[in-house]
Ligand binder design. Sequence first.
Ligand SMILES: Cc1cc2nc3c(=O)[nH]c(=O)nc-3n(C[C@H](O)[C@H](O)[C@H](O)COP(=O)(O)OP(=O)(O)OC[C@H]3O[C@@H](n4cnc5c(N)ncnc54)[C@H](O)[C@@H]3O)c2cc1C
Ligand code: FES
Length: 343
Amino acid sequence: MSTHTIELTTRDGELLRFDCDADQSLLEAAADAHIVLPSQCRQGSCGACYADATRGDYILGEHNPAALPAGAAEKGGILLCRTFPLSDLSVSLPFDHDRILLGEIRRRNADIAAIEPVGENTVRLTLHLAPDDGGSVAEFEPGQFVELEVPGQAIRRAYSLANTGNWEGRLEFLIRLQPGGLFSTWLREQAHAGQTLIVHGPQGAFGLSENGLRPRWFVAGGTGLAPMLSMLRRMAEFQEPHPVRLYFGVNRVEELFCLTELEALKAELPQLQVILCVWKPNQDWQGFCGTPADALAQDLDDLNARPDIYLCGPPALIDAAEAAARSQGVPVEQVFSERFLPA
Ligand SMILES: Cc1cc2nc3c(=O)[nH]c(=O)nc-3n(C[C@H](O)[C@H](O)[C@H](O)COP(=O)(O)OP(=O)(O)OC[C@H]3O[C@@H](n4cnc5c(N)ncnc54)[C@H](O)[C@@H]3O)c2cc1C
Ligand code: FES
């Protein structure tokens, strides 16, 4: 069995090196070397372990094509959980060194505090972490997700946090109830306040990038709003002065949600512009008609802007928004995304 040397370079320029056997995925070999890289499904479905191979040969095993940006696989785009080395490899990671865990993913119990409908087929789930050695503090970076596990039911799914870190141990999620989905059905039919869930995390590399005062434009489809709310709330807490826009899109007007929260955010972050987008609006709709990717493309063109762009939601929306950013000349290093895919 041949063993190869893998070199990882993080976005902030840190170099990490480990050995990987030809039949081991880069993700597994890194974990063996105590380098826990962002991942979720570990089977090529979700895209959470996306990176770029810059040198060397490899096999990219079976995976969901939607887990990679459109056209990325031909240019060295890889999924670390499905990549097996054929030679020494250099890999560029799309996140900073501080998103790599040097230890185990944290596992804690949390009680359901509330499940509230916020829009058609969308609920806000609020959990309270049970105290452990570190107290009940909820520590995470805006943009990260956790996996929620229903004890005894082998259901474990990723959900982005919508609030910010806090001392009370409060975790807030926005969850779209998918028809026939396992976690969705459990949440709709069986879950109730006081029940205990297992929380794995925080995990994930999506989050704010510090690039001076460059404008930040957030583009969210459906519950892709959750990590954007977390990042915007952090900006409001720190009174960050960046020019900032949120493009938030749904299919029909009835599906809009969290409008009160967005109004509250505008009061705390006065430079925030919110552009609500409805793909198939009714006649009374006064806002933008189309997807948030359409609105993004139009504004990038009209304003000749080159902001940092944060994308979250279904893969089709992210592909469309990435294409718009590319065609308007926004450098790829200024585009950050999280794809909501079933594991
Ligand atoms: C990093 C990450 C963060 C995520 N954060 C959120 C979040 O904050 N809020 C949220 O609502 N979801 C989020 N998701 C999606 C979430 O993890 C689940 O995939 C989703 O809730 C469905 O789980 P389920 O068990 O109900 O459905 P499953 O039992 O997994 O799937 C049942 C059926 O529904 C379909 N389906 C599942 N998910 C989708 C989808 N997103 N779009 C269309 N069809 C689908 C499947 O194809 C399948 O046919 C995130 C995913 C990832 C990878
Ligand atoms: S962890 Fe690799 S694609 Fe999901």
